[in-house]
Ligand binder design. Structure first.
Ligand code: ADP
Ligand code: MG
Length: 226
């Protein structure tokens, strides 16, 4: 609970976020500007690799803005009474398509679930962010499991990967906006998950070992009626 509160506190630090996003967007701009200056100087033409890098950098800046907006936008959460299992099912083809590209497998285990009110768009985003992290963690392949079950008045979603796990010093930083260990990461995926979970009064638990990571999202059936 303490860790959860600390995460929420971090999410509320708008000033920190603004500084973060400014920094994250200025980096790609500096890179692209540098290349353009170089091209303008007429010393040499930009190589295809340079052009690729420029496009990549601009794409990254764009994803940061898109993801940041979905993190900041919390006013119009639109909760409808529905079934989490259906949402997971509808995402499976997309997640599988992504997995198959790298020879990874995705399996599902969805039990009978009571409907509860949630914002389908937000929960889709949460599942996708967790699933993408799971796939990205399995660098040498493996099976990712998407599970959902009901237990003690809660609907529980579990995204379980066979990646190499999360070191304790990394674990405490998860959910901090812009924290990433990936070259092309935005470090916003989990921050968005925590923010969406908070808007649904859901708790996120992370269990990790050197054989993989399981992320639990627990939705309370009684207290999420609002
Ligand atoms: P990004 O994926 O862009 O790096 P995220 O917020 O989604 O940003 O994740 C932040 C960091 O948390 C990742 O860079 C990675 O180090 C770690 N992480 C998240 N999910 C997992 C996972 N399933 N297994 C291992 N590490 C993970
Ligand atoms: Mg991610």
């Amino acid at each position: 609970i303490d860790k959860e509160m600390a995460r929420l506190d971090r999410l509320n630090l708008i000033g920190e976020m603004a500084a973060g996003i400014a920094h994250e967007i200025r980096n790609p701009m500096t890179t692209v500007r540098g290349f353009l200056q170089y091209a303008k100087s007429g010393k040499a033409a930009l190589s295809p690799a340079n052009l690729d890098l420029m496009v990549e950098e601009l794409d990254r800046a764009n994803s940061i803005i898109t993801e940041f907006l979905s993190l900041a936008k919390n006013k119009n959460t639109d909760k409808q009474l529905q079934n989490l299992g259906n949402i997971i099912e509808s995402l499976l083809p997309l997640i599988r398509a992504e997995a198959i590209l790298d020879g990874k497998t995705v399996v599902e285990d969805i039990g009978p679930l009571t409907d509860f009110p949630f914002d389908a768009k937000e929960i889709r985003q949460l599942i996708l962010n967790l699933a993408m992290n799971g796939l990205e963690a399995m660098q040498t392949g493996g099976t990712m499991k998407l599970r959902a079950y009901e237990e003690a008045g809660e609907v529980v979603l579990v995204v379980e990967d066979q990646g190499s796990g999360i070191e304790p010093d990394i674990l405490v930083k998860l959910g901090t906006p812009f924290f990433t260990t990936k070259d092309t990461g935005t470090g916003l995926g989990l921050a968005i998950c925590f923010s969406i979970a908070a808007r649904h009064q859901a708790i996120i638990d992370i269990k990790s070992s050197e054989t993989g990571t399981a992320i639990y999202v627990r939705f309370k059936l009684a207290s999420c009626q609002s």
